[in-house]
Design a protein around this ligand. Structure first.
Ligand SMILES: Cc1ncc(COP(=O)(O)O)c(C=O)c1O
Length: 358
């Protein structure tokens, strides 16, 4: 049995697992970190960051926490900064030991892993329309009556689809009436716009918690940074369970620079959009089905989905790493996810896919 990894990135291991010779040049399109890298000001700051290495960080990640609170117009007590969104998702999942949580598939595989590790019972709902990721609202609402929490990923990973705000509000209000919380993971919301975010509902509805990642848009996956916005009592419960200095000094300083650089974020959105539009056009010219993505990645399905694994390995042999979908429920490995990268990488992908079709 071939061992497919549970996440994108770290492709060296992938070639090892599959006993494939790794080409000299490999383009990793299996992960979704901004190909423009990080805001340039971080380089200018680098020297000033060095003395921070020896000092313990502020345990609440101040002053970053307050800056995040101002950005989202909430009080700092509603913010919990984490060593990546992944850390916050892990600790949040632990609230549901022995409880029922609804997952809407296909979605980020880490929810299932962290909830299972925490001893939660998972209720699975699968979306049929993968292109638009239209939620089966009635089915979800029905499950919410007996569940303690509903997880939503918005925009969704791996499809990139945006869930409409009115659908989210409908689920939040239903959750209030049946005592079901919502965890809304907005790891990729920076690619769309705050008007789509559910953060405003955190202060108006007690059952809403939002998780954000800063590693994607700001290209700091190696530094690790994310935050959670929730009710102050929930934030305080989670804070007490997290390691005391969970966010390091470099991450705090770099995070502050990232949030200052709105020009970088807007430029990233525009450059990614131009590349995404070209790729969509290219994939459609080969009769692929493409998800309606608002993020910096998308999923596509080949005209003959049975060829997916062959194409995946053809790409690997040619130095293009795509994200398989074997561990995404509802996709059954019949789709591939591609992250937007620089022109050189995307041109190579086009060349390799065109070559396979010949
Ligand atoms: C949907 C989603 N949420 C959260 C995360 C965690 O991101 P990080 O821990 O890098 O902030 C990821 C990472 O891939 C993701 O795709």
């Amino acid at each position: 049995m071939l061992q497919f990894p549970s996440h994108g990135a770290n492709y060296e291991q992938l070639y090892k697992n599959f006993k494939l010779d790794m080409p000299e040049i490999v383009y990793d399109l299996s992960e979704n970190v901004n190909f423009l890298g990080y805001p340039k000001q971080i380089e200018n700051l680098w020297q000033q960051l060095l003395p921070k290495i020896t000092a313990y960080p502020n345990p609440l990640a101040e002053p970053l926490r307050t800056i995040i609170a101002e950005k989202h117009k909430v009080s700092p007590e509603c913010i919990l900064v984490g060593n990546g969104g992944a850390e916050l998702l892990t600790f949040y999942a632990q609230l549901y030991k022995g409880k029922k949580v609804i997952l809407v598939h296909p979605t980020f595989s880490e929810y299932k892993m962290t909830l299972e590790a925490a001893g939660a019972e998972i209720v699975n709902v699968t979306v049929n329309d993968l292109v638009n990721y239209e939620l089966p609202l009635d089915e979800i609402k029905c499950h919410m009556k007996a569940a303690d929490c509903l997880y939503l990923c918005n925009p969704n990973n791996p499809t990139g689809a945006l869930i409409q705000k009115n659908a989210i509000l409908e689920l939040i209000e239903h959750g209030e009436s049946v005592v079901c919380s919502l965890l809304i993971d907005e790891a990729f919301m920076d690619w769309t716009g705050e008007e789509h975010s559910a953060i405003e509902f955190v202060t108006s509805h007690e059952n809403v918690t939002v998780v954000r990642s800063m590693t994607k848009m700001y290209g700091i996956a190696g530094i690790r940074l994310g935050y959670l916005i929730g009710r102050p009592d929930l934030v305080s419960t989670l804070r007490n369970r997290l390691p005391h200095w969970n966010v390091n000094n470099l991450a705090i300083s770099i995070g502050i620079e990232c949030l200052k650089d709105e020009e970088f974020r807007l430029r990233s959105i525009n450059e990614n959009l131009a590349i995404k539009n070209e790729i969509i056009h290219f994939l459609k010219s080969y009769h692929c089905t493409v998800t309606n993505s608002t993020a910096n990645f998308l999923c596509f399905q080949l005209q003959n989905p049975d060829e997916t694994e062959n194409v995946y390995f053809h790409c690997l042999r040619e130095g293009i790493v795509l994200r398989h979908t074997n561990n995404y429920e509802g996709m059954n490995g019949k789709w591939l996810r591609i992250g937007m990268k620089n022109r050189e990488a995307m041109d190579k992908f086009k060349e390799v896919l065109a070559d396979w079709h010949e």
